[in-house]
Design a protein around this ligand. Structure first.
Ligand code: NAP
Length: 254
């Protein structure tokens, strides 16, 4: 299992309880990844060839890609490597968030477009995009930024002076109440978010709606077509029967 998400941790629990032999793979980007009830390996595989080699060496028969929807390189590699190694692949992927009444979303295709969507005049921005994406906003030094990161950045590790940045260090889930208080305390005027989906980090969207704030919502990167589900139970079914529940004619579902 390629992990790094709440769904991956839920699946790890289900695999452990069912006694399915499995390995949980972390990229190794956070300093203290969550403990898992499965054997864990950490670090990149060395691109597609390295992943193919890993699958062969370890006799892997099934891969579940439970990475974050924005971990596109890993997901592309998984698609390619599984074809090359003749291994079945399923993505455990939560559905994207949808805007509702009261939301003021500006949907953009990528981080560069998100930076361009912010107002030119100085404003206070909750930049909830993760550490790797901050560079896209480096040229916008007129704003004040609130960042939420899993680990504290190194000194001088951010592209703006310290005075322009407030930090919240922590790992989700974050409730809507928590995020409402956070946005109010930091007098946030704009939110920039990736359309990750799921419950663990949607509190900020509910908070933005409650405060009437505009949200620049970055759409997911395109990925090759692959079998996918958002249901841990469906992954377990796929592992046992080789198909997702809705494809299983013998189960009597259409
Ligand atoms: P990425 O850009 O798609 O991947 C970069 C490289 O990191 C991959 O080519 C691979 O190296 C390695 N890698 C990524 N995920 C891995 C995994 N689960 N196990 C082993 N190697 C992995 O990924 P990313 O956006 O940096 O995300 C890294 C991890 O953080 C992922 O596991 C993801 O689920 C988690 N995460 C990402 C985000 C996000 O917004 N991107 C948010 C929350 C959590 P090789 O090519 O050497 O194999």
């Amino acid at each position: 299992m390629l992990g790094g998400t709440t769904g991956a941790s839920q699946l790890a629990q289900a695999l452990h309880q069912a006694g399915v032999p499995a390995v949980f793979s972390y990229a190794g980007v956070t300093q203290a990844p969550l403990a898992q009830p499965l054997p864990v390996r950490v670090g990149g595989f060395g691109g597609v060839p390295g992943l193919v080699q890993y699958l062969v060496d370890h006799g892997i028969t099934h891969v579940v890609d439970a990475t974050h929807p924005f971990a596109a390189q890993m997901s592309r590699h998984a698609c390619e490597a599984c074809v090359m190694a003749g291994v079945s692949l399923l993505a455990l992927e939560r559905a994207p968030w949808q805007s509702g009444p009261g939301d003021q979303w500006i949907n953009v295709p990528d981080m560069a477009a998100a930076a361009a969507a912010l107002p030119a005049e100085p404003t206070r921005v909750f930049l909830a995009v993760g550490r790797k994406q901050l560079q896209a906003f480096a040229g916008l030094g007129q704003h004040h930024y609130l960042l939420r990161l899993v680990n504290a950045p190194a000194p001088d590790g951010l592209p703006w002076p310290d005075a322009s940045v407030d930090l919240e260090i922590g790992r989700g889930p974050f409730s809507a109440e928590h995020d409402l208080a956070l946005l109010q305390a930091h007098r946030v005027q704009w939110l920039v978010a990736k359309n990750a989906g799921g419950e663990a980090t949607r509190g900020k969207l509910d908070a933005a709606r409650a405060l009437g704030l505009p949200v620049v919502m970055v759409q997911r990167p395109a990925l090759p077509q692959r079998a996918r589900t958002e249901d841990v139970g469906a992954v377990m079914h796929w592992l046992r029967h080789g198909v997702l529940p809705s494809e299983d004619v013998s189960a009597g579902t259409p």
